[in-house]
Design a protein around this ligand. Structure first.
Ligand SMILES: [Zn+2]
Ligand SMILES: [Zn+2]
Length: 209
């Protein structure tokens, strides 16, 4: 699949636009905010948005999900049902972060380990990687060795786990037992910061040594 990163919100969140190069069917992954900026990037790219995908229920990843789903007339897919309590608390999250009230998000489909999401001719495999949040999932394109990893693993870091139902032990276990086995040559697109590969993080990420 092809991709483009669209930085959004004051949290410098990586919203990503991913698409099948054959059919130009596209998904907006983790639209945390700045719906107008995302719409402009989509229009510029000429792809056809068919779904909104969510890795987890944090405000900075889902803030514009409902607006965009309504605008394009497409479903919201993911995260795992265990993040329902995060999505239910979006209005509290916006107050905590001093942001204007966020439109509620109700996914049309929850995702689980082993599920797949079809994007034109691209198949995305779902892995459930709890720890940062209990319902965090990631999207893996096995053919092109590309992973959309949300806030599980970063270039040189891992996700925070000091939130309700966060678990550093679960997070490291998910990275070591689910992500690293995908292979050193997998490039990942994280929720914040620059891209990296699983091979580079396996060797140099201080949290994985
Ligand atoms: Zn997060
Ligand atoms: Zn985040």
């Amino acid at each position: 699949m092809d991709y483009q990163i669209i930085p959004v919100t004051s949290f410098a969140q990586n919203c990503s636009l991913i698409w099948c190069p054959v059919t130009l069917q596209a998904a907006v992954v983790d639209p945390g905010g700045d719906a107008e900026k995302i719409r402009a990037a989509v229009a510029e790219s000429g792809v056809n948005v068919t779904q909104i995908l969510l890795t987890h229920g944090h405000l900075d990843h889902v803030g514009a999900a409902t607006d965009l789903a309504t605008f394009y007339g497409v479903p919201v897919v993911g995260p795992h049902r265990a993040d329902a309590f995060w999505l239910d608390s979006l209005s509290v999250q916006s107050q905590l972060f001093g942001l204007s009230d966020c439109t509620p998000v109700q996914p049309d489909r929850w995702l689980e380990e082993g599920d797949t999401v079809q994007l034109g001719e691209t198949t995305l495999e779902i892995l459930h990687c709890p720890g940062h949040t209990p319902g965090h999932i990631v999207f893996f394109d096995r053919t092109d060795r590309l992973l959309v990893s949300g806030d599980v693993i970063f270039n040189g870091g891992v996700g925070r786990t000091d939130f309700p139902q966060g678990s550093h032990t679960d997070l490291i276990a998910a990275i070591k037992h689910k992500l690293l086995p995908l292979g050193d040559n997998v490039t990942f697109l994280p929720g914040h910061g620059p891209m990296s590969t699983l091979g580079r993080e396996r060797i140099s990420n201080p949290f994985l040594q």
